[in-house]
Design a binder for this molecule. Structure first.
Ligand code: SF4
Length: 329
């Protein structure tokens, strides 16, 4: 038995290079060492989403990118959160052992209240409880998180501990696998790359679209003329060269500082390297998209496998709480 990893992501549709560098490439490499469960958390998305018109499409597009990037349904369980309704039952059981005061103090709750003052719903408050149910339903022992997510995982561990102490030891306390997710800025060079800010470069963009996006990238603002020496340390184009032009990054730095390369050329080079790096992923995506039932097949099979684990855990949790056994179907 290999340790079990759980991670979930909201369905945001077509993924961009920020999603890839920040999470997807880590998902892919974890598969070599762990039994991984990757979940499209559609129920979490509802906490801030009132227009759900694109929800199904977004799930499909995200799953296509995951598969094209190398998430392997033979090795990992890939599924949609709401396909395993046991998670909502566990959420409810956990809500009974989670102090309100603890939830109100969660920094992301305060932040969401600031961001969505017109829609402060119970779901926002209960978000970390649902997150605990996501992880513990599958008894995952490892959760890849960035520094900013550590407090959420700590709350999951607290909920597991409280449940175990009050009723019976059912749940493991999962450990964080601290991952240094790089902060990938958008083409504006100021804010985190994000679809909603329209400052992103999609993994599945065409080569020409990628060139166009790269050409629009902000660079060193002090470099006004082609002959001005540049400051790569403040330039987001240079940062991305760090990921996509690793064999030439030293040379680019020197050429930028000495004004031996212009920003137009530098951005074109970045786009070329991005296109070369993403070409296999894009090719696989086209092939997968051409099979209309492929995504559903993968997600349904993932849900079936996830549900087998979930049913077992829920039975143990109900038993610990002393709820009556479920009647036979
Ligand atoms: S040459 Fe490249 S690294 Fe230097 S400022 Fe221009 S875009 Fe940025």
């Amino acid at each position: 038995m290999r340790p079990r990893v759980f991670s979930g992501a909201r369905p945001t549709g077509k993924q961009h290079i920020g999603n890839y560098l920040g999470a997807i490439q880590n998902y892919v490499s974890l598969q070599a060492e762990y039994d991984c469960i990757y979940c499209v958390v559609d129920l979490h998305a509802l906490t801030t989403l009132t227009d759900t018109g694109n929800l199904r499409e977004n799930i499909r597009e995200m799953a296509l990118d995951w598969l094209a990037a190398g998430l392997d349904p033979e090795r990992s369980i890939i599924f949609v959160q709401s396909h395993v309704p046991e998670v909502t039952e566990l959420h409810l059981l956990f809500s009974m052992v989670t102090p309100m005061g603890r939830l109100v103090r969660v920094p992301t709750f305060k932040e969401k209240v600031r961001q969505h003052p017109d829609n402060v719903n119970y779901g926002l408050l209960g978000y970390p409880v649902l997150q605990a149910a996501d992880i513990l339903l599958y008894k995952a022992t490892i959760v890849p998180v960035g520094e900013d997510q550590l407090s959420h995982l700590e709350l999951t561990r607290e909920i597991a501990r409280r449940f175990n102490n009050i009723y019976a030891p059912v749940f493991p306390e999962p450990q964080a696998q601290l991952t240094s997710f790089p902060l990938v800025l958008g083409i504006d060079g100021r804010q985190k790359m994000s679809k909603s800010l329209d400052n992103h470069i999609e993994l599945s963009a065409t080569a020409a679209e990628t060139q166009k996006r790269a050409a629009a990238m902000a660079t060193d603002p002090a470099r006004v003329r082609r002959t001005d020496p540049g400051h790569p340390e403040v330039c987001n184009v240079f940062r991305l060269h760090g990921f996509y032009s690793q064999d030439r990054v030293k040379q680019i730095e020197e050429d930028c500082r000495g004004a031996a390369i212009g920003c137009v050329e530098c951005k074109r080079l970045l786009a070329n390297n991005l296109n070369a790096s993403l070409a296999p992923l894009r090719e696989r995506r086209v092939q997968f998209a051409a099979k209309p039932s492929l995504v559903d097949d993968v997600l349904f099979d993932g849900a079936r496998r996830a549900r087998a684990i979930a049913r077992q855990t829920i039975a143990e949790a109900r038993d610990a709480v002393n709820l009556p056994p479920m009647p036979p179907c």
